[in-house]
Write a protein that binds this ligand. Structure first.
Ligand SMILES: Nc1ncnc2c1ncn2[C@@H]1O[C@H](COP(=O)(O)OP(=O)(O)O)[C@@H](O)[C@H]1O
Ligand SMILES: N[C@@H](CCC(=O)OP(=O)(O)O)C(=O)O
Length: 369
């Protein structure tokens, strides 16, 4: 059955760490596998890192840039070269490709989010493999994905993919970084992300010399993707043919099962597309009403308000211990909420001096974690 597949490859697999030059054999076999999948009728998206790494190699720089402006300039050098290599390889297999550069802001505004969805759909109809990267050259600190693991999960959620493959320079997830702890245990199947906390998986805080985020961002990506109903695999970048084997049911890499009830597209956008501008801490009654009874949030159940936000902004909802339990779009600003928190809805007009919305967050705009 045709499926929608998102494949992300990291800098550590695309380039040789010693020289920073492109790992051409890996790229060639990735291109072969993706073209084969496209010919079999699957819709395929490649999320490719490497703009900064390739840009550095082109300019003879031996270290990853540290300042944002330098990174942006180098990405502008590398992205073009990267696409040229992909186009040459895919063209030799008569496979058309497209470049799609996204910033966080593109997914935050609902009209742009929907437009991106329509563009991907049209590219699939045309038999094209879109190659996605963050638009590093214009992304700002506040509005960037920061790493392509997260970007690939958000793209997979956006296009309702069946699979997300995170290809990297280790063959799977281990109980700890296998480079530092050679005895670390391999992890094959993760039924539920909470399982990783129980297994006390250590992911460190950085990746390889050229990679961004290491395993931490891959687990975040798996969390986003699986909660959107996308099965996720961490697998070895050097062996792209493993994608075919995994699709045939072989237990390679680390596979994360998708959650059974994916939410609707609008709720996925609220949960993953938006960056929360503030936080509401709720009392136990409100937590229960939202998580168990599927109710809207009322001002009476709010204990604390933090951050600065306006009506329609996204906020995190936390239990009294500060653990996130949901996200949603507010009907009131942070200033208004600080005045009405803890009060019954019928007191709101007297406190604010005007008639406000009945709910602080309507259940249609609320997504439980
Ligand atoms: N628990 C873990 N299991 C496997 N690899 C880990 C783990 N913790 C940290 N790592 C490191 O994460 C690195 C991959 O991340 P990164 O360099 O960001 O790759 P990419 O460029 O593919 O995104 C591996 O080289 C490995 O050293
Ligand atoms: N957008 C950046 C990639 C950032 C990133 O996440 O890199 P990686 O950890 O190698 O997947 C680039 O093209 O260099």
């Amino acid at each position: 059955m045709p499926q929608t597949l998102v494949v992300k490859i990291g800098t550590s697999s695309l380039t040789r760490p010693e020289t920073g030059s492109l790992a051409l054999a890996t790229l060639a076999s990735l291109v072969e596998v993706l073209s084969q999948l496209q010919r079999q009728g699957h819709a395929v998206v490649l999320v490719s890192s490497g703009a900064v790494g390739v840009g550095c190699a082109r300019l003879g720089l031996v270290e990853r840039p540290r300042t944002m402006s330098r990174k942006q300039a180098i990405a502008a050098v590398g992205q073009g070269r990267l696409m040229r290599v992909y186009d040459d390889l895919f063209t030799s297999l008569q496979q058309p490709i497209a470049q799609v550069l996204l910033t966080r802001a593109d997914l935050m505004e609902r009209s742009r989010y929907l437009n991106a969805y329509r563009t991907f759909t049209e590219l699939f109809n045309l038999g094209v493999i879109p190659i996605v990267n963050e638009n590093d050259t214009v992304a700002t600190d506040e509005l960037k994905f920061g790493d392509n693991d997260t970007l690939s999960a958000l793209v997979a959620s956006l296009i309702e993919a069946d699979w997300l493959f995170l290809l990297t320079d280790v063959d799977r997830l281990y109980s700890a970084d296998p480079r530092q702890f050679p005895d670390a245990q391999p992890i094959g199947l993760v039924n539920n992300i909470e399982q990783l906390e129980q297994l006390q998986v250590q992911t460190g805080d950085r990746g390889s010399q050229w990679g961004t985020g290491g395993m931490t961002t891959k687990i975040t990506a798996a969390r986003i993707a699986t909660s959107a109903g996308v099965r996720t695999a961490i697998a070895e970048g050097k062996r792209p043919e493993n994608i075919l084997k995994i699709l045939q049911g072989e237990p390679l890499g680390t596979q994360f099962e998708a959650q059974p009830r994916p939410m609707n597209a609008r709720k996925r956008w609220i949960a993953n597309g938006l960056i929360p501008a503030g936080k509401l801490v709720l009392d136990a009654g409100a937590v229960k009403a939202i998580c168990q009874a599927g109710k809207s949030l009322l001002a009476a159940g709010i204990l604390q308000v933090s951050g600065e936000f306006q009506p329609s902004d996204a906020v995190q909802l936390c239990d009294p211990l500060g653990k996130e339990i949901a996200r949603g779009l507010v009907n009131y600003s942070s200033t208004e909420l600080k005045q009405i928190r803890g009060h019954h809805s019928d007191e709101i007009p007297a406190i604010l001096g005007y008639e406000g919305a009945e709910t602080v967050i309507h259940r249609d705009n609320l997504v439980v974690s």
